[in-house]
Ligand binder design. Sequence first.
Ligand code: ADP
Ligand code: MG
Length: 257
Amino acid sequence: MTDTQDPIIKFSDVTKRFGDLVVLDHFDFEVNLGEKVALIGPSGSGKSTVLRILMTLETIQEGQIELDGIPYREPGGHGPFHASAKHLHNIRSRVGMVFQGFNLFPHMSVLRNITEAPVVVLGLSKREAKERAMQLLEMVGLADKADAFPTQLSGGQKQRVAIARALAMRPRVMLFDEPTSALDPELVGEVQEVIRGLAHEHDLTMLLVTHEMRFAREIADRVCFFDKGRIVEQGPPAEVMVNPQEERTQNFLAPYL
Ligand code: ADP
Ligand code: MG
């Protein structure tokens, strides 16, 4: 569907408000297929909102968004998203998201957490879904935890399961919103290791909101510095993070440099 020249994600002149608060201000943003983009910047600058909009968890007031060539708003669409449920479902099926918290289903085993949506939403057979889940558990180093329940896992293990669960839907785009910031420091590395592995996947587009500057620098092709609902500076990490041009970026990065 998508020409490889076209961006897989495109925000065009998007304005997002909560009441009087303008969170994204005539926001333009494009991401190419397979690109790994780190979103950094102060708290409240709109980073999570960008991811939540992409996941269709938030509506927008103005502008247009496209993912994989599909406009979020349908011509003649209605409801808060100006789109039908079927249309939103089509968009969501292309996006996986991992949040700061561990959003596993507590009453389901690790395996079932991963197989549930592929069976119910994609219509995979239980056997196919289990095969896919076991491959992913292998990949995140948790094959031996398939029958465990979330309460029996550490925070780092839960987050690795959450990543496997998102990947089981074979998304085109993976969104990570501070995936390690709720973890005890000694558990950060194991989750970063899994994300680092994914960053090597050529066709997977990744957006990562993080305060871990070293990690952002390591995995991102491009770093976008957010301030007050706009990207004020962006470029390869070796430029933006080493030699920032904007004063706001310099001030933000100063403690890390
Ligand atoms: P970041 O992820 O960069 O810290 P967010 O995207 O979460 O920032 O938030 C941007 C702004 O939007 C903040 O001022 C925040 O308080 C506000 N905001 C986020 N979600 C809501 C909401 N559901 N209702 C009202 N204001 C919100
Ligand atoms: Mg946030």
